[in-house]
Structures are given as C-alpha cells and as structure tokens.
Ligand binder design. Structure first.
Ligand SMILES: [Ca+2]
Length: 363
C-alpha cells in the first residue's frame, strides 16, 4: 500500500496544487486572519510543586487532587501535593532505562475510586509495554499491552485516558521507519485500547488497537472541544501538532511536516526542530499548550474549535526553566509543567528537575 501511495501522491498533489494554488502550504503559515493565543494562565506567578527530581516524565492526577509523577531513570513514582515534599509511592521493577527509554507515561484509571489502578508505559528488556498496578512500594504489575518496539530513541511513551474512557498511547517508530506505515506494528502509531488492553470498540480496523498511523515519535496527546491532538517530534526539519482522526495517515516517513498530499493528514502547526521538540501537550479553552524540550519553551497554539489552528503559535517561558517535557491541566485548574534538564541534554541548575504550576489569570 505505501508503494501505491508514493506513486499516486505526486500527481494528486500537483492536481490539488493547480486548483488551490497557494493555500496548500502549512495551515499556520498560510493563515490569513491570524490570531495569537491568549493564554488563560499567568506565567508570571509560578508555584514550584517539586524540586530535585530526576527526569520527570509522566504526570497524572488522583481523585484527591494530588499528582503522580514518574521519573524516567529511577523507576520511581512520586506523589505530589503543592506545599508538601514529594513522597515515593511506588517503584516499578523491570524498567530498563536506556537512551530515551525508561519509565515514561502515567495514567490514572477513570474509575480509580473503585478499581485503584494506575497505568504506566515503560521500556522493558525487549519492548515498550503498558502495565497497570495498585500503588505499593513494589507493586504487582499486570501487563495489559506489550510488544511495542523499543530502541535507544523514538520510544514514544505518552498514555492518556480519552474522554471516551479508552486508553490512548503514543508510540515511536523505534528507529525503524517502516513501522509507522505498517498496520501490523504498534510502532509509530497512536493506539486506542480498553482499560484491559484490548482493541477498543469502533477502532478503524477490527481487532486492532491501531487508531492512527504514519507517526514518527508521539509524546503528546490532548483533547479539547471534542477534538483530539498530538505532539510529535520530527526528524531534522519539522516538529508537528496534529489533529488526530481515526484511521488517518500522518505521513511519516514519506512526509515530515506539511506535504500537501491528499493521502496524508497534514499538521495544524509545525516548528523547526530546534525551536520545539514538543513532548507534552494539553488543551485549555481554545489554546493548545506544547512543552518543548530542545526549544526550551512552552508553545501556545490558538485553536479554531474545528480541529485546526486559528493563527500563529506563540511561545511563553522561553528559556525560563530549560527543557520542558510535560504539560497538563490539573484538577486545581492550574497549568502544570515539568522540566527535563537532567536527561543528559540539558543544563540543570540546583533545583532541577522541577514540577511547576501556573494559576489561571485573574479576569
Ligand atoms: Ca506528519
């Protein structure tokens, strides 16, 4: 199938280009009535929730409003409460942190009060896998999904329950680009599964957890206004924010960034990789926030409410806290951000790594 696409795509793209002329280029770059995001948060009033962490990665919240954060290289899960010291509440066995791998995403069961399950995505000896467990010093793990390809790089790792109660996972191509176009590989995909790891009802292909294909390395998943978005790390040219729709093909490895080919779903925002490396993503109101590692900033993307961007992204916190890994809107209504300055690619200061939250703007 990919071969056919490559043969057909250039001709089709030319046809479209002939009809549409200019507007085939990137949505953000082509936008005319440009608006900038008006962030709902006051970035001048940081509240440091935790300091001296080591590569925090996943961030999820318990029903009591406390946060759980995973550390990629220590296999620890810490419970955070603003104003208190972090408490270690679990340490997972079987995690093999190498390169970008290790203990990555976290999610809390939507039925946590009844079932007590916490979910984690981590790099094990032979694969990336998703497990669930109940918080304990050395929890008993139930593997709900395994066999996601691993490598030193491109391990994906974000997991999130969607508004539909299904568990979504962003994976990477694990350095083998052919994975991304192969429906039979869970690599380079967004996966959608039930809380027990089975293919979710209504997925594009029966008995498959694959929800969308053609991704390079998905580390951000976010929902807002009835739409789903991802943040995806590009290769040497373009990082992407995409509007995710079931069964769509997001182009990797044929297209990086905006290709204008009908076969592939183009991003709604792109950045040069040095300006972004977007890992986490979150939506609040009509703004998408993307935590940038290499770009050392928090990008804001104004959304049009229909799955697209309504104008140019703008940056906040540029250089303020170094590399940013994860962004989430907490149950307290604050925007939570984590740094990633101890991952071997940053310049940590004494307080790193940190979890910092920002209040809503006073209106
Ligand atoms: Ca793409």
């Amino acid at each position: 199938m990919p071969r056919t696409m490559r043969t057909l795509a250039p001709a089709a793209a030319l046809a479209v280009a002939a009809v549409l002329a200019a507007p085939v280029s990137s949505a953000t770059q082509a936008s005319v009535a440009s608006t900038t995001a008006d962030p709902a948060f006051d970035f001048t009033k940081p509240n440091v929730v935790a300091s001296n962490l080591t590569v925090p990665w996943g961030l999820a919240y318990l029903p009591d409003g406390s946060a759980l954060v995973s550390e990629r290289t220590t296999s620890r899960i810490l419970q955070l409460r603003p104003g208190s010291q972090p408490t270690e509440v679990a340490r997972l066995s079987g995690v093999q942190p190498t390169g970008e791998g290790g203990l990555l995403g976290l999610a809390v069961s939507p039925n946590y009060k009844e079932d007590g399950y916490v979910y984690a995505y981590y790099t094990a000896a032979s694969d990336n896998r998703i497990v669930r467990f109940k918080l304990a010093a050395s929890p008993q793990q139930e593997v709900i999904f395994s066999g996601i390809p691993k490598n030193s790089y491109h391990d994906g790792g974000r997991i999130h329950f969607g508004p539909d109660g299904m568990l979504y996972a962003g994976t990477g191509d694990a350095g083998r680009t052919a994975n991304s176009q192969d429906w039979n590989s869970p690599g380079g995909k967004i996966l959608r599964m039930t809380p027990t790891g089975a293919p979710a009802p209504g997925n594009p292909r029966a008995n498959s957890v694959v929800y969308s294909i053609g991704h390079r390395n998905v580390q951000g998943l976010a929902w807002g206004g009835g739409h789903m978005y991802n943040a995806e790390l590009g290769n040497n040219a373009w990082d992407e924010i995409n509007h995710i729709e079931a069964g769509d093909n997001y182009g990797w490895p044929t297209v990086e960034g905006t290709g204008g080919e009908p076969t592939y779903h183009d991003p709604i925002a792109v950045w040069r990789t040095r300006d972004a490396s977007p890992s986490g993503a979150a939506v609040a109101g009509d703004t998408l926030y993307a935590a940038a590692l290499g770009g050392r900033r928090l990008w804001t993307v104004p959304l049009d409410g229909k799955g697209g961007a309504s104008g140019q992204p703008t940056a906040v916190l540029q250089g303020t806290y170094g590399r940013l890994r994860t962004v989430e809107v907490g149950p307290d209504g604050w925007l939570w951000v984590t740094t990633s300055n101890r991952d071997g690619r940053g310049s940590p200061n004494q307080a790193d790594d940190r979890v910092i939250r920002f209040p809503r703007k006073a209106r």
